[in-house]
Design a protein around this ligand. Structure first.
Ligand code: SF4
Ligand code: SF4
Length: 306
């Protein structure tokens, strides 16, 4: 029988774990309060539903787009904006790291959809984990998490039976940014609301400049962004076509041909690849450490100051 390192120092373990995340390329990492996550998430989607003896939920975030990516046309951004795979790779490695170093069970939290609930319900909310770990705050753009320094990130989680001291959610939400409040005062909308191509964002900014109400039409956003849902629709149209021409249109219409192309090359462009609300978001694009250029400049300044 394998003996656990049960005399692990929790503070030292947490430091080693967070160090691992940043060494492997995460910008931020933290530990969510397990009780809070269990309380917020509905039954069937709580960490204990996939790991009954879970003690800690670790969340990490990697950087979003490069600075250059934000300036390309939407049709190009839809192909290469996404870096979530890097977050998943780090969290996968972290589960192995914890088991090796602390001999305590750990899992990479699957970021995937719940097979019992369809393609819009995830097994676990990586967003809740990140929010409770204090590495992102809900924005007016459909609750996308944003960070005051790193802007827009991708998140991944690890569950472990190792007990770690939890962090708390951010004390202040950076959204809406001051320029967004100013725009809202003039036209009643913030940049993300104004430039969403399907107008699925709406909301209110409170008197004190904080978030008042956030409204998000998830179905409209999903129709625009989640093309995997249009694949069965295209096939259904072809099956029920009345004649050969109509069937050909259903399968070979230029839009649908792009679906077959994206599937054949395994393009991430089938998964939520509309970034227009983030392209106009001052936090996503201009937070102090939002992209590799900003981070390199900041690190050069820090080196010069030493
Ligand atoms: S991802 Fe696109 S469709 Fe969805 S809210 Fe943002 S801008 Fe609108
Ligand atoms: S543009 Fe960004 S910071 Fe401004 S309200 Fe929208 S999500 Fe918040």
């Amino acid at each position: 029988m394998i003996k656990r390192a049960n005399n692990t120092d929790p503070a030292g373990a947490k430091t080693a774990i967070l160090d691992y995340c940043t060494r492997k390329g995460a910008l931020v990492a933290g530990v969510a309060d397990l009780d809070a996550v269990e309380r917020i998430c509905p039954p069937g989607h709580r960490p204990s539903d996939i790991m009954p003896r879970v003690k800690s939920v670790i969340s990490l975030g990697v950087g979003g787009q490069t600075q250059g990516a934000w300036s390309v046309p939407a049709k190009a951004l839809g192909y290469f904006g996404s870096t979530e795979q890097r977050a998943y790779t780090i969290s996968y490695g972290l589960a192995f790291f914890i088991e090796r170093k602390f001999q305590t069970r750990s899992i990479y939290c699957p970021p995937d959809m719940d097979p019992d609930s369809g393609p819009r319900v995830p097994l676990q909310s990586l967003k809740v984990h990140a929010e409770m770990a204090g590495i992102g705050a809900r924005s007016l753009a459909g609750d996308i998490l944003l960070h005051p320094e790193f802007g827009y990130m991708y998140f991944a989680s690890v569950f472990t039976e190792l007990e770690l001291e939890p962090d708390g959610p951010m004390e202040e939400n950076p959204c809406p940014a001051p320029s967004c409040v100013a725009m809202y005062r003039k036209i009643g909308r913030t940049p993300c609301m104004k430039f969403c191509p399907v107008q699925c964002l709406d909301g209110e900014v409170a008197e004190d400049g904080s978030q008042g109400v956030m409204r998000y039409d998830m179905a409209a956003c999903a129709e625009m962004t989640q093309q995997y849902e249009t694949v069965p629709a295209a096939i259904m149209n072809a099956i029920s076509a009345q004649d050969r021409n109509e069937r050909e249109d259903a399968l070979f219409d230029p839009d649908n041909k792009m679906l077959w192309y994206k599937m054949s090359v395994g393009s991430g462009g089938l998964l939520a690849q509309c970034f227009e609300c983030m392209r106009v978001c001052p936090l996503a694009t201009r937070a102090p450490l939002a992209d590799p250029i900003a981070r390199a400049q900041q690190s050069a300044l820090s080196d010069a100051a030493e």
